[in-house]
Design a protein. Sequence first.
Length: 257
Amino acid sequence: MVLQQHEAQLEQSATAWQLSQDVSEQPQAGHAEEEYTPNAIGKTVIQPLVSAYFPNARNQAPRMITMGQARQAWSAKTKPKIRNIEFLWDLEEPLPKIRSKHNVTIKAAVPKDRERLRKIVVEAYLPEWSWWVRQIGGKERARADLMSYVSEFMRDRKKRIFVAEQGEKIVGFCGAAKYNRGTGTIGYGVAVLPRFRRRGIGSILLRTALDWLKKSGVGLVTLEEATFGFENKDSPAVLLYKNLGGMIIRDQPLTRS
């Protein structure tokens, strides 16, 4: 009678384990509702399945899971959720003062700068935009997409690409466009190569773009494309935009494929 009660309890609460051929190293069954991190025996992962308890695991057909497959599945489960964020600047209001320790030159890009921009146009958005690069199909597709935007802004008189130069190298850039009725945009945000960040270069680029828009008669500025932040953490771009007077006007989850 006691044995029957014990078996009934196991059927209600335990979890069947997916094992390698060597079931002699079978772990203790756990509860399905507990937080689970994959464990491994050699190169084979032991993965729990929510089902009834099987007392004789040797009679079950084993299914093998590689460590790579387990990492991929676990990463998909735990990857951070992304927020789609839009900003607005009211240029009727004074812009915050900025501090910068940069030794770069800021200027409007000209056609001969196109090739130098091509070399850094993707890298300046990494690693924060790595997910977008993967989504679009890799670095070269991302480079083609971004260079299309750069070329458009360099052709149009109502648009500018501002670049930060250090010697012969472009280390960052920011686009700006003015439209009708006193409105404008910051095109594709601000991008700076990773090893040149935390020097105020992004702030100088954004301030230069906003000053040019204001002098052109623009009163309200938004982002040409929304930026992003993580579920519980702002990205560096979001912090930059906030510090330079940007107001969040939209903040919602972003659906990724």
